[in-house]
Design a protein around this ligand. Structure first.
Ligand code: B12
Ligand code: SF4
Length: 508
C-alpha cells in the first residue's frame, strides 16, 4: 500500500486542526493506505530561532497580532528577499524535509491557502531537490485546497498534480492510479496534471452529494495538545451568494449532514481525543435552521456537555433556536455583518437587514453567546455616509458586540460576483494591484479597482475610522467565551492590559 504524507505548511491557525486534511486522511485510511499528517504550524511557532525573531520584531514595532508577525516574517523572507529571515525559514523547512523523507512517503500532498503558499512552494521545491539528488523519480507532489483551486496553472511548475475543489474522491483516485502505475493518473477528473512539463486540464470532479457517506475525519496523528478545539462540519457550501465571497463557487451546491451523524461524530471524537471543545468549520452553521435545531435537540438529549461555536448568518436565528443552541453548548458565534448601511448590505447581496442584525445580537446576548462580528470597509458602492452609519451602529450597539474584526474590501481572486460584474458595482477599472514573484513564478496577489465618484483613499480612511470606533467602544479583536474566565479577561481588557494576556487567549 502507498505511503502518503498530508502536509499543511505554516503559518496557519492552531485554534483547531485542518479539517480538510483530516477528511482526506480518513478516506485514504479506509482504502487501506498508510497516511501521515504533518500540520507544521505548531512546530513553526515553537521553533526557538523563529520565535526569538518574531518576539524581536514585536518589541521593535510594539504592536501587532503575533500571528501576523509570523506571516510577515515569511513574506519578508520569500517575497521581499530578506536573507536573514530566509535562512531561518529555510532551516525550519530543512528539518521538515528530513521528517517527511523519514516517513517513507512517496506521495506528498499539500493543502494550501494564500497564507501557507510561500512556505508550501518552498517545501515542495526542497522535496523535489532531495528526491532528484537521490535519483528517485517514483514520487508525486500533489497540491489542493483554496489557493491551488484558484491559481491552478500558475502553480503547475511546482507539482505533478493540482486538485481543484473538494478533494476526497480526487485524492483516492490519484493514489489508486499511482499505485497501479496507470496512465489514468494524468487524467483524473478535478485536476490539472503536469508530468514532464506536459500540462493537462482534466474535466471537473462531481460533488460528493451524500456527505453522510464520508468516514469521520481522522485527527489521530496531530499534536492535539497544541490545538484548542476539534474541528467538525455539519454542511458544505452556503445558502447565500454574497457579492464579494467565493464560498458558493468553491463548494457549489449547499449540502448538509444528518444531525444524528454529526452527534455520533461528536461522541466519537470526544471519546477518542478526550475533548469537549468543538469548532464548527461550516461556511455557516444555520444554512438549514431545521437541521441545526435538530442537532441542538440531540446534543441536549444526549447530555454531551460540549462547548462549541462557528460562523452564522443573522437571519433565521429566532429566540427559540438561539436558546437551544446555547443550551446545547454554543459559546460563540461569528457573524459576517459587514456594514450597517442597509443600502450596502443590499448591494452586497447579503440578504440580511439591520433589524435582523440587532435582533440576533440581542438574543445571543441574553443567551450568553459571545458575538464576534466581521466588518467590511470599502465595498465599491460604499460612500462616506455609509461608513458613518456603520460607525453610529457600533457606537449605539456596543454592548451587544463582544468582539470584532475589520476587513478592508479586497479581491484576491477572480471568483466573486464583483469581479465578474464590475459595471453593477460601479467599477470603472480592475487591474492587478499587487504582483509578486514567488520562486520564479509571477502571481497576481490582489486585484485593484477604480470606482467613479469616490475618494482614492476611501478604503484606508474607512478602515481607520471603523477600527478607531471599535477601540473607543472597547470592542476587542479576539474571541473568548462568556465563561467566568471570559469575564475576568474582559475586565482585564477594560483596564487596558489585555495585550499581556493575548498569548493565552484563543485568538481568532
Ligand atoms: C474554519 C475556517 C477558519 C478558522 C480556522 C480554520 C482552521 N484551523 O483550519 C478561522 C476562523 C480561525 C479562520 C481564519 C482565517 N481564515 Co478561514 N476559513 C475557515 C473555513 C470557513 C472552513 C475551513 C474548513 O475546514 N473547511 C472544510 C474542509 C473540509 O475543507 P478544506 O480544508 O478546504 O479541504 C477540502 C478541499 O479544499 C480539498 N483540499 C484541501 N487541501 C487539499 C489537499 C489535497 C492534496 C487535495 C487533493 C485536496 C485538498 O479537499 C478537502 C476535502 O474536501 C474556510 C471556508 C470554507 N468553507 O472552507 C475559510 C477559509 C479557509 N479561510 C480563509 C481566510 C482568508 C482566513 C483568514 C486569513 C481571514 C482573515 N482575513 O482573517 C483567517 C486566517 C487564519 C489564521 N490566522 O491562521 C479563506 C482562505 C482563502 C485562500 N485562498 O487563502 C477561506 C477559504 C474562506 C474564503 N472563501 O475566503 N478560518
Ligand atoms: S453568508 Fe458568508 S459564506 Fe455565505 S456567501 Fe455570504 S459571506 Fe460567503
Amino acid at each position: 500500500m502507498s505511503r502518503i504524507a498530508l502536509i499543511e505548511p505554516p503559518p496557519w491557525d492552531i485554534g483547531s486542526p485542518n479539517l480538510g486534511i483530516a477528511y482526506l486522511k480518513s478516506v485514504l485510511v479506509a482504502d487501506g493506505h498508510n497516511v501521515s499528517t504533518f500540520l507544521l504550524s505548531p512546530y513553526f511557532y515553537d521553533d526557538k530561532k523563529i520565535k526569538n525573531e518574531v518576539l524581536k520584531q514585536r518589541r521593535i514595532f510594539k504592536k501587532g497580532h503575533i500571528f501576523n508577525i509570523y506571516f510577515d516574517m515569511v513574506w519578508d523572507a520569500y517575497i521581499e528577499g530578506d536573507k536573514e529571515k530566509q535562512k531561518l525559514c529555510n532551516d525550519f523547512l530543512e528539518k521538515c524535509v528530513e521528517k517527511l523523507l523519514d516517513s517513507g512517503a512517496t506521495i506528498f500532498s499539500f493543502s494550501l491557502n494564500h497564507l501557507t503558499l510561500p512556505m508550501g512552494l518552498k517545501l515542495a521545491q526542497k522535496l523535489r531537490e532531495e528526491m532528484d539528488k537521490e535519483g528517485n523519480d517514483d514520487y508525486l507532489l500533489v497540491a489542493g485546497g483554496p489557493t491551488p483551486s484558484t491559481l491552478i496553472t500558475s502553480l503547475a511548475p511546482f507539482f505533478n498534480i493540482i486538485c481543484i475543489g473538494e478533494g476526497e474522491e480526487t485524492l483516492r483516485e490519484i493514489v489508486k492510479y499511482y499505485q497501479e502505475k496507470s496512465n489514468k493518473l494524468e487524467t483524473v477528473p478535478g485536476t490539472v496534471t503536469n508530468f514532464s512539463g506536459h500540462i493537462l486540464h482534466n474535466p471537473p470532479r462531481e460533488l460528493i452529494m451524500d456527505l453522510n457517506a464520508l468516514p469521520f475525519p481522522d485527527f489521530r496523528d496531530i499534536p492535539k495538545k497544541k490545538y484548542g478545539a476539534i474541528a467538525i462540519q455539519t454542511s458544505r457550501g452556503c445558502v447565500a451568494r454574497c457579492a464579494f465571497c467565493d464560498e458558493t463557487i468553491y463548494w457549489s451546491k449547499y449540502r448538509w449532514r444528518k444531525p444524528e451523524k454529526v452527534v455520533k461524530e461528536i461522541e466519537f471524537q470526544s471519546q477518542r481525543y478526550g475533548t469537549t471543545n468543538f469548532r464548527f468549520h461550516d461556511s455557516l452553521i444555520n444554512g438549514s435552521p431545521k437541521h441545526l435545531e435538530e442537532l441542538c435537540d440531540l446534543l441536549k438529549e444526549k447530555n454531551l456537555h460540549i462547548t462549541w461555536g462557528g460562523n452564522a448568518r443573522v437571519n433565521g436565528l429566532t429566540e427559540e433556536l438561539i436558546n437551544k443552541m446555547s443550551e446545547s453548548g454554543c459559546k460563540y458565534l461569528l457573524f459576517g455583518i459587514e456594514s450597517a448601511s442597509q443600502k450596502i448590505l443590499d448591494d452586497m447581496r447579503k440578504k440580511i437587514t439591520i433589524e435582523e442584525i440587532i435582533s440576533a445580537l440581542k438574543i445571543c446576548q441574553s443567551a450568553g453567546i459571545w458575538t464576534h462580528t466581521h466588518w467590511m470597509t470599502g465595498f465599491p458602492t460604499e460612500r462616506w455616509e455609509d461608513v458613518e452609519q456603520t460607525i453610529s451602529f457600533i457606537e449605539n450597539n456596543k454592548k451587544l458586540i463582544d468582539s470584532a474584526t475589520v476587513h478592508p474590501f479586497t479581491m484576491p481572486t477572480r471568483f466573486c460576483h464583483v469581479f465578474n460584474n464590475p459595471q453593477i458595482y460601479g467599477l470603472t477599472e480592475i487591474y492587478p494591484k499587487r504582483k509578486i514573484n514567488l520562486f520564479g513564478i509571477e502571481l497576481i496577489w490582489e486585484y485593484g479597482f477604480k470606482v467613479a465618484g469616490r475618494e482614492e483613499n476611501h478604503i484606508e480612511r474607512a478602515t481607520e475610522r471603523v477600527e478607531e470606533t471599535l477601540k473607543k467602544c472597547r470592542i476587542p479583536d479576539l474571541i473568548f467565551t462568556k465563561s467566568i474566565q471570559g469575564k475576568v479577561l474582559q475586565s482585564i481588557y477594560q483596564i487596558g492590559a489585555l495585550k499581556l494576556f493575548r498569548r493565552w487567549v484563543p485568538i481568532y
